[in-house]
Unconditional design. Structure first.
Lengths: 391, 252
């Protein structure tokens, strides 16, 4: 039996907080082959013609930070703090360093982080890409990021996180504060590819103003030691929207406890949380929580899981309504692949393995809006690899 | 094309087909009549090789090969295709992708094919998701059109289809079986007849489909036994006039 209440004990003092400096790279094409391969796996392109801006943090060194588009500001968080006095009002606003031992680490032992801002009415022509990479064994990378989509702007960020192939153990803490201003859209697509014993603790808070849209896509198909995250989003302004899609695959030894919390705080706000989880021997807790605080809000949670071979799936959808006239619903389903679907595909000429692959690929095929074609291809390949691991 | 000899089939230890003998020669369409629960769908799924349908006696030969124990996909690749009555939805797999799967290595124009069965608007939708009865039939026919099987098994192609659409459906079935009388410019009747190599077995409960497709022969299945093999229209007349009970009695 897999235990639901298994505690994952992380001793932060076991990690190191210093790492060798890595040289700054002026041109992305100069990134060494090993790194560039790792980056590509998480959606980071080393040919930057399809990207508006790029930020790469390796251990605690910023190896690249450049924007090609006017009005799309990309800085290291330290530079940004020097440059913008007002930034302090955006930092540690709704998340305290005392929240837990990990937020404390981000405050006390910072490794850096990014600041990304789209100016008023500016639309990122191509996605901005950020990469947080750990290459030092036993390193604790503690980052603090701030993203601001100013009024009427549109910002798409592809955030890849990875570790070097040789890396086994490490810790990644990420405090992220996102601000989606009036009428702005922030699309944040996160792709994780960690090491087998890496512990990952993102802590994210997002505020969305009137008419703003926040779309968060999270994809983790590769083994990770443990991942625990439960980002909180506040829909503060009327007509604002939050959409969360996650695609999770957990093999043996992987522990995932992920969720999303959305507070519907203003008239006509709307939230949708969709997750697809497959375990092939790992443990996945898929949470989702929508809190309706005022009348006239809508929320839907959808959580579907497949257990292939073995594993634990615990779906915890929660709805909380504090006002009349709210529309909130959830559906959760956990199970195995339906034999009827397999045989249907076989009757069309696929053999059993092909049929199962096709069903799994379809299952994970959450409609992730706005993914660049190259990334879709890559994900497709990652999903195929996942299947190979499962068979 | 298809030979079934002395076939006995069980589902979970319960006998559903007792002694079925059936021969469908190349190019012929046979109609399988039978009351509800008589084993029509079981026979079809047994021919396709579905799990749960255990053959305890007899054998099925297709194109001269004993396929009694072959896996489903090998039968499909040999040229057997089914239009299912209630096919499952596969989430995340669009009808377009499904049609491409059916075509295997053949080059096809999915849009054009979808237009023929009025399914263009459904191509991007998950296969079978939220389809009406009639839409399911059209989707199944579209898939079979891409698959181009030599033996087509149709499970109640008319059920759930409104009167307006049943004629279009019949026409599509005829064209799938190369039995349509619509010919392309310059094509002679003879040429059309020579193309007619496909065989089919059409399951029907009501027989309505016979108004729209032509059949060479009819069979009546009752209680797991094939009891009659005659002209399909003649059988239908009897069933319509006297019901299944009388019809079956004629052979007893």
């Amino acid at each position: 039996m897999y235990r639901i209440d298994k505690e994952i004990d992380i001793k932060t003092e076991d990690y190191s907080f210093s790492a060798d400096e890595h040289d700054y790279i002026n041109d992305l094409s100069e990134i060494n082959e090993a790194d560039s391969k790792e980056f590509e796996n998480v959606g980071i392109e080393t040919d930057d013609q399809n990207r508006s801006a790029t930020f790469i943090l390796k251990d605690m060194s910023v190896v690249h930070c450049k924007s090609k588009q006017a009005g799309i500001d990309v800085l290291t968080i330290t530079e940004a703090m020097d440059k913008y006095e007002w930034l302090k009002d955006y930092m540690w606003k709704d998340i305290s360093p005392d929240k837990d031992e990990f937020t404390t680490l981000a405050k006390e032992k910072p490794s850096g982080g990014f600041f990304i801002r789209s100016e008023k009415d500016v639309k990122s022509q191509q996605p901005v890409q950020t990469c947080l990479h750990i290459s030092k064994e036993g390193f604790s990378q503690n980052v603090h990021n701030v993203v601001i989509a100013e009024e009427g702007s549109e910002l798409h960020i592809i955030a890849g996180c990875s570790t070097s192939a040789h890396m086994k153990n490490g810790l990644h803490v990420g405090v992220s504060e996102f601000y989606v201003k009036k009428g702005a859209t922030l699309k944040y697509t996160m792709i994780h590819d960690w090491g087998e014993q890496v512990n990952v603790r993102p802590r994210t808070v997002t505020h969305v103003e009137e008419g703003g849209v926040f779309i968060s896509n999270y994809i983790s198909l590769k083994p990770v030691g443990s991942l625990q995250t439960n980002p909180v989003t506040y829909l503060d302004g009327k007509d604002s929207v939050a959409i969360f899609n996650s695609v999770l695959v957990a093999g043996p030894g992987t522990d995932m406890d992920t969720g999303s919390v959305v507070f519907l705080r203003a008239e006509n706000t709307r939230a949708e949380i969709v997750s697809r989880a497959i375990t092939t021997g790992g443990r996945i807790i898929a949470r989702g929580s929508i809190i309706g605080e005022v009348p006239g809000v809508k929320g839907h949670l959808e959580c579907k899981g497949l257990i292939l071979n073995n594993g634990l799936l615990h779906a915890i959808p929660e709805l909380e309504a504090h006002a009349p006239n709210v529309e909130m619903s959830h559906e959760a389903a956990v199970g195995k692949i339906d034999q009827r679907e397999i045989e249907y595909l076989m009757a069309r000429g696929l053999n059993e393995d092909e049929a199962i692959s096709t069903i799994v690929r379809g299952f994970l095929n959450v409609d992730i809006e706005g993914l660049p074609a190259s990334l879709v291809k890559k994900l497709d390949k990652a999903i195929t690899d996942t299947q190979d691991d499962m068979m | 094309m298809l030979h079934i000899e002395d076939l006995k089939v069980e589902i979970e230890g319960k006998e559903v087909l007792q002694n079925v003998n059936l021969h469908i020669p190349e190019g012929e369409t046979h109609i399988l009549f039978g009351p509800n629960g008589s084993g029509k769908t079981s026979l079809m799924l047994t021919i396709m090789g579905y799990s749960g349908y255990k053959v305890t006696r007899g054998r099925i030969t297709f194109k001269g090969v004993d396929i009694t124990y072959l896996p489903i996909y090998e039968r499909a690749r040999m040229g057997i295709g089914v239009s299912f009555q209630r096919p499952p939805t596969i989430n995340g797999l669009s009808t377009r992708q499904m049609v491409e799967i059916c075509a295997r290595d053949r080059k096809i124009d999915v849009d054009k094919m979808a237009d023929q069965v009025n399914m263009r608007g459904f191509l991007e939708r998950d296969v079978n998701n939220n389809l009406s009865g009639g839409e399911i039939k059209r989707s199944e026919l579209l898939q079979l059109n891409a698959q181009q099987p030599d033996l087509v098994l149709l499970d109640e192609p008319e059920s759930g289809v409104d009167l307006e659409n049943i004629a279009i459906l019949g026409e599509n079935i005829n064209s799938l079986l190369n039995r349509g009388i619509k010919r392309s410019k310059g094509e002679m009747h003879k040429g059309l007849m020579q193309k007619r190599k496909k065989s089919s077995l059409v399951i029907t409960h009501t027989g309505h489909i016979l108004d729209y497709i032509t059949a060479d022969r009819g069979q009546v299945l009752n209680n797991g036994v094939l009891q009659c093999s005659q002209n399909a229209r003649e059988i239908l007349k009897w069933i319509r006039e006297y019901g299944y009970k009388e019809c079956i009695q004629c052979t007893e």
